[in-house]
Design a protein around this ligand. Structure first.
Ligand code: KIV
Length: 297
């Protein structure tokens, strides 16, 4: 397959995010982990692609995101960067790539841009991640915050549960969001929190909020592409709207292929390379006596 121009849309930047918020126009974000998905999302006009560490679960089949490495992330970032040109591309910093020291965090954030072809990075955590986010922003790398249900803290949170459902917890989330804005984040992901809390945070911040399981009051929305495409049927969170049943479609196509091969319906005439009759006859003449004839045709 030849490489084609992906789109002639203008490049989306962090500035576009800010403008969208000012104009009240939602930002559209999807996760992507490979070239084909990135190409389709770009052509569909999606604003931003997040190479999420969710790839550990939906692509690599791990139980959670904790085993994902920098090398895993960079491998998938490079593929996405080859497929999508206009969307803002964000690389998700994996577990332990930014928690141990600020220096390591900045170096790893830099790798997403220098090696992975990303435009920005995302890191999980509120106040505890703020100084790291600030250091990353200070070297010129845009940082996206992520609060609420932060999957890298699944064991601390006691599972994949909605967050901020008490007044106290909600207040803490509001403060965390403001701290991340102060730290220089260009936007904040709000995951699995009550819609009224998300709307309140969105109103308080001057940077956009990107919701996932946080209701329509956010400034943008993100979904895991495998969830919304119905590709990943192991577990689908309540907040996902399924736009397709790709797993079902894959099952149907694979079973049909199997049946075709067994019944010798595939490959058919349209799928083979023809040989001119005179060349075929010449070959048969050369082989005469060497092998058992007739052949099938
Ligand atoms: O890893 C991921 O895909 C994410 C999104 C769910 C925001 O963090």
């Amino acid at each position: 397959m030849s490489a084609q121009p992906t789109s002639d849309r203008k490049k989306i930047t962090t500035l576009t995010f800010r403008q969208r918020k000012e104009q009240g126009e939602p930002v559209t974000v999807l996760t992507a982990y490979d070239y084909a998905t990135a190409l389709a999302a770009d052509r569909a006009g999606i604003d931003c692609l997040l190479v999420g560490d969710s790839l550990g679960m939906v692509v690599l089949g791990y139980e959670n995101t904790l085993s994902v490495t920098m090398e895993d992330m960079l491998h998938h970032c490079k593929a996405v960067a080859r497929g999508a040109k206009a969307p803002l591309l964000i690389g998700d910093m994996p577990f332990m790539s930014y928690q141990v020291s600020t220096q390591e965090a900045v170096r790893n954030a830099g790798r997403f841009l220098a090696e992975g072809g990303m435009d920005a990075v995302k890191l999980e955590g509120g106040r505890e991640a703020a100084s790291t986010a600030e250091a990353i922003v200070n070297v010129g790398i845009p940082a996206l915050g992520h609060i609420g249900l932060t999957p890298q803290s699944v064991h601390k949170l006691g599972g994949y549960k909605a967050q901020g459902r008490t007044a106290r917890a909600a207040h803490r989330l509001i403060d965390d969001a403001l701290i991340l804005e102060d730290a220089g984040c260009f936007a904040v992901v709000l995951e699995a929190i009550p819609d009224r809390v998300a709307e309140l945070i969105s109103r308080k911040l001057s940077i956009p909020t990107i919701g996932i399981g946080a209701g329509a009051g956010c400034d943008g929305q993100v979904l895991v592409s495998h969830d919304m495409l119905g590709l990943f049927d192991r577990f689908t969170p309540k907040f996902v709207k399924k736009y397709a049943d790709m797993h079902g479609e894959m099952l149907r196509a694979f079973a049909e292929y199997k049946a075709d091969v067994i019944a010798r319906r595939f490959p058919a005439e349209a799928h083979v390379y023809p040989m001119p009759d005179d060349e075929w006859q010449a070959l048969l003449a050369e082989l005469e006596g060497e092998m058992e004839l007739p052949l099938t045709r």
